[in-house]
Design a protein around this ligand. Structure first.
Ligand code: ZN
Length: 145
């Protein structure tokens, strides 16, 4: 079972992304990184106990940029440099979807699914309606024959 210590009060909970049962602190944004660092996923039980005692003694915990970066990597996609597709990439996906085939958007969507979920969702969101339109177009062209 994992443990996580509340950065605000030193209270304990099971998972780093849970609301603190002692003080109601809810880790959000970069706070989730700090919360992860203050858990057994990042520290040993003994280290976590030591940090908990420091917090309870009133010490403010400020992780270094390097530690935050480590947490960001460990937590993965949600905190990675996954800013999604920029406008040019969106236009490119949309243009290829409409002009050629929605396949590149679908491939990119599936390919990026693990590493860049946000960009992948955007690529799929752009190409799925396009593929639907593509199908309708094909059906319509066939009906003309
Ligand atoms: Zn708390």
């Amino acid at each position: 079972m994992s443990r996580s210590v509340c950065v605000r009060c030193g209270g304990e909970r099971e998972r780093h992304d849970q609301v603190c049962p002692s003080c109601g602190h809810r880790p959000e944004g970069d706070g989730l990184l700090v919360a992860w660092l203050l858990s057994t996923e990042s520290l040993s039980e003994a280290e976590l106990d030591a940090v908990r005692d420091r917090i309870r003694a009133g010490e403010v915990i400020r992780p270094t940029e390097r530690m935050l970066a480590r947490a960001r990597r460990a937590l993965g996609a949600d905190f990675a440099s996954d800013a999604g597709l920029d406008t040019r990439q969106r236009m490119l996906v949309l243009a290829t979807s409409l002009l050629l085939t929605p396949l590149p958007g679908l491939v990119v969507g599936v390919w990026w699914w693990n590493d860049h979920p946000r960009a992948a969702r955007q690529a799929l969101a752009l190409s799925l309606p396009a593929s639907l339109g593509f199908f309708v177009l094909v059906l319509w062209l066939r009906s003309l024959e």
